[in-house]
Write a protein that binds this ligand. Structure first.
Ligand SMILES: C[S@@+](CC[C@H](N)C(=O)[O-])C[C@H]1O[C@@H](n2cnc3c(N)ncnc32)[C@H](O)[C@@H]1O
Length: 243
């Protein structure tokens, strides 16, 4: 039985998320603050506030949307977290009031919408809430299917004396989906952290943006605005209203 839903990833990983993914490039905050132009920001899939909290502390008013009550509870338990207003729900709906000068979705989270229809719906709803000079920012990996062999990949993420962390993934190239488990093996037992994605290449993102009345303004290979090239593992794409 497939019970994976929009809150599954967050609810299962909330307890270890901050320990696993604390790091970020400071340039993330600099670039997001610049794109906010002194206005309000909305993070889709805000999670535990890894970026939203320091961004808010740097002077940008940040709201969020997340499907996982466990992730939101982590955010609200942190110092300053109670100042960030978060709507519980599917970010494809963008069920918030008003307009934002910056709407952003980080760390491949856009790919957690599992169909093209859902992803396009998200773009269309973002366009409804983006101010006239606003920016919609998507940070995501550039798909590299060469890491799969026979539509599968297994990677040892971390091996220490007391713990082994593995990522096991299966690729469905027809639906552009990757189904994975982060597997943690210890002497106490096995923990599973499931994640499902629908990956898209930048060109498909740009087309969805155009269908939603947006257009690509910038595409960088990182938050320091390096050029996006064939060797870029990820991209930071900035969309604006089409002229
Ligand atoms: C990889 S985490 C990223 C969290 C945060 N943006 C960061 O950069 O650390 C993805 C987050 O998106 C949330 N999420 C996944 N699918 C969602 C959906 N359809 N609607 C709302 N939130 C979703 C998860 O609950 C989780 O908190």
């Amino acid at each position: 039985m497939n019970t994976y839903q929009e809150d599954t990833y967050g609810d299962r990983i909330a307890g270890v998320y901050d320990a696993w993914y604390a790091e970020y490039d400071d340039a993330t905050l600099v670039t997001l603050r610049e794109l906010a132009q002194g206005g309000r920001a909305l993070e889709l899939g805000i999670g535990t506030g890894r970026i939203a909290l320091p961004l808010q502390q740097s002077g940008v008013i940040v709201d969020g949307i997340d499907a996982s009550a466990a992730m939101i509870a982590k955010l609200h338990s942190k110092s300053g977290g109670d100042k960030i207003s978060v709507v519980l729900g599917n970010f494809a709906d963008v069920a918030v009031a008003g307009e934002y000068t910056l709407i952003y979705v980080l760390f491949n989270t856009f790919f957690s919408l599992l169909t093209q229809e859902e992803q396009l719906r998200c773009f269309r709803n973002v366009a409804q809430h983006l101010g006239p000079q606003g920016s919609f920012v998507v940070e995501a990996f550039a798909p590299d299917l060469s890491r799969f062999s026979d539509h599968q990949a297994v990677r040892a993420v971390r091996i220490s004396e007391n713990e082994v962390r593995l990522d096991a993934s299966q690729l469905d190239p027809v639906n552009q989906q990757i189904t994975s488990q982060h597997v943690v093996l210890t002497e106490q037992g096995i923990r599973l952290y499931p994640v499902k994605l629908r990956y898209v290449w930048p060109a498909e993102l740009d087309l969805m943006a155009r269908l939603a009345g947006l257009q690509l303004k910038y595409r960088w290979g990182n938050w320091r605005k390096a050029a996006f090239t064939a060797d870029s593992g990820k991209h930071v794409s900035v969309y604006e209203h089409a002229e």
